[in-house]
Ligand binder design. Structure first.
Ligand code: 13P
Length: 287
């Protein structure tokens, strides 16, 4: 159908009171799994590329995502995840990725603000949308680890000023969410989330959505979250399939193995789309 802008998709989800998944992909099987799940459930979808995957896959990986999004029978967006470097963002935008997450959360507030303002100015010249994070999420993703003691919650008043001064499209919040596996039962600060939602007029993003149960996800949607980032559970489905298949049938051919891995990831993604409420929303969002 079409490659669409992430912010437009999310604004439509906001009107519908549901959320979309941003699913990290690394290769053809990942892209196919996410798009096939979206088509099967009639859900709009966001394909996300982490900078580590971008460095590995380069232009061919971006071309794969853009072409899969263009050919999908549902609205699909392509998004650069967690980018700490303006240079990476520039390269991604020039390659045709129409939406980026600029991550200045490791910087002091004033530097984060300055970095994001640079990114929104650049993105505006290319019609791209920008997600930024305030606070700091702990956990591990693609070799990037943030210790628990470095985690910082998002402050609602600061969020209001930050959004107003940066002109971002989406705000990623830190309310106790973590990247990777939750080592303790997740404890999300919903009062803080609701206060952030009241303080800013743009949709909210929750990273670290793997491992959050249905009740937590539904409450997050009620408090304004419109995009959930999912990586760990999908990646785990891929790795588990490969591990099991290689033990049970070590001489398996590569194509059936890749298909098994794709189906395992697709099942996880489809389940998330149903939970986020985006399943069945593909047509109203475009119309
Ligand atoms: P998970 O590690 O919980 O899947 O989160 C992924 C994420 O937030 C990507 O930005």
């Amino acid at each position: 159908m079409t490659l669409v802008n992430t912010a437009d998709l999310i604004r439509a989800a906001d009107r519908d009171g549901c959320a979309l998944g941003g699913f990290n992909i690394y290769n053809l099987e990942g892209v196919r799994a996410v798009v096939a799940a979206a088509e099967a459930t009639r859900s709009p979808v966001i394909l996300q590329i982490h900078p580590a995957a971008l460095r590995h896959g380069g232009r061919p990986l971006v071309a794969l995502c853009l072409s899969a999004a263009q050919e999908a029978s549902v609205p699909a967006a392509v998004h650069l995840d967690h980018s700490t470097e303006l240079a990476d963002i520039q390269v991604a935008l020039e390659m045709g990725i129409p939406s980026v997450m600029a991550d200045g959360s490791h910087l002091p507030y004033a530097d984060n603000l300055a970095y994001i303002r640079q990114v929104t100015a650049l993105a505006a010249t290319m019609g791209a949308s920008v997600e930024a994070e305030l606070g700091r999420i702990s956990g591990t993703e693609d070799g990037l680890s943030v210790a628990d003691y470095e985690a910082r919650m998002t402050d609602p008043d600061q969020a209001a000023a930050f959004v107003q001064q940066t002109n971002i499209d989406l705000l990623a919040v830190c309310i106790g969410n973590v990247h990777g596996v939750y080592r303790q039962p997740p404890r999300l600060d919903f009062d803080r989330l609701a206060a952030i939602d009241r303080a800013v007029a743009i949709p909210l993003v929750l990273h670290g959505a793997s491992g959050l149960d249905d009740a937590l996800i539904r409450q997050a949607i009620r408090c304004g979250v419109r995009k959930f980032n999912v990586n760990t559970e999908v990646r785990q489905a891929y790795l588990d399939t490969l591990k099991t298949a290689l033990v049970t049938s070590p001489s398996v051919d590569l194509v059936p193995l890749m298909q098994q891995a794709q189906h395992a990831m697709q099942a996880v993604v489809a389940e998330k789309m149903a939970l986020f409420g985006s399943a069945g929303r593909a047509d109203p969002i475009t119309g």
